[in-house]
Design a binder for this molecule. Sequence first.
Ligand code: OAD
Length: 237
Amino acid sequence: MSGFNNIVILTGAGISAESGIDTFRSAGGLWEQHNVEDVATPEGFARDPDLVLGFYDMRREALREREPNAAHNALALLDAEFAGELLIVTQNVDDLHERAGAKRVLHMHGELKSALCTSCEMRSPWDAPMSAKDGQRPPCPVCWARTLRPDVVWFGEMPYQMERIYRALREADLFVSIGTSGAVYPAAGFVRDARDLGAQTLELNLERSEGSHWFHESRQGRAGDLVPAWVEEVLGG
Ligand code: OAD
């Protein structure tokens, strides 16, 4: 698979599974362990902020133990060596693409290691717990209000940088989806958008996803095997 000049890659929880981060919808995944309405909606946060802050504190803390895997490393290599346009749009809130060395990464669902202040609306890098300690939540580094929330996109909220993503999809000649179930929009619709606009489309996933039939080609297997092999095809061709 070669001869492409403009590639958009969408990644989901499956690319980080081999690093030991739980996916959402698999048996025993995060949405079996936790109620989505409680921990991933603005209403859940309004009802019980401590529960929500604790959930993201736990995930941020767990991230310290995790390392990028062969799939993240392969995409970082592609990012470094591919001379054409490239954008890695990730639905993941972990930082494993960056830790592997990828630069052209866009976090459409936000980041665990970022805080959003609901008072001044500024986003700040964040690597500490956000829940209350001694009865007080930590202050925003910009306006000092104690009104921080995780900088992640919850259900019912608009993902980040949609204009930039659609611009990239319009210009792409190849769209590749890696490790995502195709259950959550708007990301699940990118394959159709890209295809309608003339791009080739490729899926790399452990199993067939809800949207597999939309892709020109769908390969099944572990991201740690499929992604390095595909990157070699692109760079070697
Ligand atoms: P899901 O948990 O819905 O899907 C993960 C996909 O990865 C599944 O299709 C698995 O088969 C596949 N998979 C698992 N292990 C894999 C491996 N080793 N190699 C390749 N594929 C593997 O996760 P997402 O599609 O990322 O949103 O979920 C999308 C969004 O739903 C998330 O960003 C999150 C969630 O609710 C928000 O929180 C807003």
